[in-house]
Design a protein around this ligand. Sequence first.
Ligand code: NAD
Ligand code: UDP
Length: 315
Amino acid sequence: MKRILITGGAGFVGSHLCERLLNEGNQVICLDNYFTGDKHNIVHLMNNHFFEVIRHDVTMPYYLEVDQIYNLACPASPIHYQFNPIKTVKTSVMGAINMLGLAKRVKARILQASTSEVYGDPEVHPQTESYWGHVNPIGVRSCYDEGKRCAETLFMDYHWQNKVDIKIIRIFNTYGPRMHPNDGRVVSNFIIQALQNKDITIYGDGQQTRSFQYVDDLVEGMIRMMNDSGSFIGPVNMGNPNEFTIFELAQLVVKLTNSKSKLVYLSAPQDDPTQRKPDISLAKEKLNNWEPKIPLEQGLVKTIAYFDNLLKQGL
Ligand code: NAD
Ligand code: UDP
C-alpha cells in the first residue's frame, strides 16, 4: 500500500485519480483549496478510511510523509485561470517549488500535470514533445501557459540539481463527468446548452480543432507514467489523437442530446489556438502501448448523463 498525495484532488481530473488509486488499495491524501474543486466530487470517497482530505493552498509549504505526489493543483479552464492571473502563476510556480521541496525531503516520486498549452498556438502539427512551442508571454493565456512552462523548468532543474525523482506529462483537452459546469470549456458549455435547448455558442468560425480525451484514458496514462520503472521522466504527451473541429463537436452534441438548439457564431477569444492534436508515439513506446480507448461519442454519452443529472438537481 502506497501513501499518495494528490494536489488538486477535489477537481475534475484529481477526483477521478483519487477514486482509481483508492480502488487499487492505496492510501490517498487529497490536498485542495477548493478554488475550482468541489467536495461533491469526492464526497463518495469520504467513508473510505484510507482517504484523507486537507484544505490547503499549494502556494504555502506543506509537510507530510508520502511515497508519491501527483501535482494537479491549478485552475485549468480559461475563465478560472484568468480570474486572478497572478494567483494562477503563483499556484503553478510556488506550488511546484513547494511540492518539489517536499518530494526532495521525503524522497517521493512527483508527477507534474503539465499541459498542451506549453505549445501555445502551435506552428507544428501534430505536436511532438520536442517542439518548443509558440507562446505569447504577455497575453491573456500567459499566466497559465508560462506558469506551466516555468513549472516544467523547475521540475527538470530539481531533477538535475537535486536528483528529485520526477515525471512530467503534458495533458491535452480532457473531458468527462465532474467537469466544472461553469468553467466555460467547450464540452461542458455545449452539453449544458444542448440539454437546455439554448443556443450553442461557437467562438470564431468553428473550424479550429481540438482532440478530446476521456478522463479515464488520462487517469490510466498518469498511473502508468507514475509507476514506470525505467528512467523515462518525460515530458510526454497525453491526449486523444482524433482531431475534431469545434463545429463537428457541436453537431455531435446536438445529435446525442436530441436537442433543438441552434448553432450561433460569436467572436473568437484572444490567442485561441487554431489547431491542436497530440503526437502520442512517445507515450505508446514508453508506457506499454498506452493509448486512449474511449471514442468521443462514447465518452460524450457518459458526460451528457452526468450533466443531465446535475441539471435535474438544479446544478
Ligand atoms: P480543475 O480546476 O477541476 O482542478 C484543479 C484543482 O486544483 C481544483 O480542485 C482546485 O480547487 C485546485 N487548486 C487550484 N489552485 C489551488 C491552490 N493554489 N492550492 C490548492 N489547490 C488548488 O482542473 P482539472 O481539469 O481537473 O485539471 C487538473 C490539472 O490538469 C491542472 O493542473 C490542469 O492544468 C491540468 N490539465 C488539465 C487539462 C484538462 O483538459 N482538464 C488539460 C491540460 C492540463
Ligand atoms: N469554444 C467555443 N464555444 C464555447 C467554448 C469554447 O467555440 O462555448 C472554443 C474555444 O474558443 C476553443 C475551443 O472551443 O477554440 C476549446 O476551448 P476550451 O476552453 O474548452 O479549451 P482550450 O481553448 O483551452 O483548448
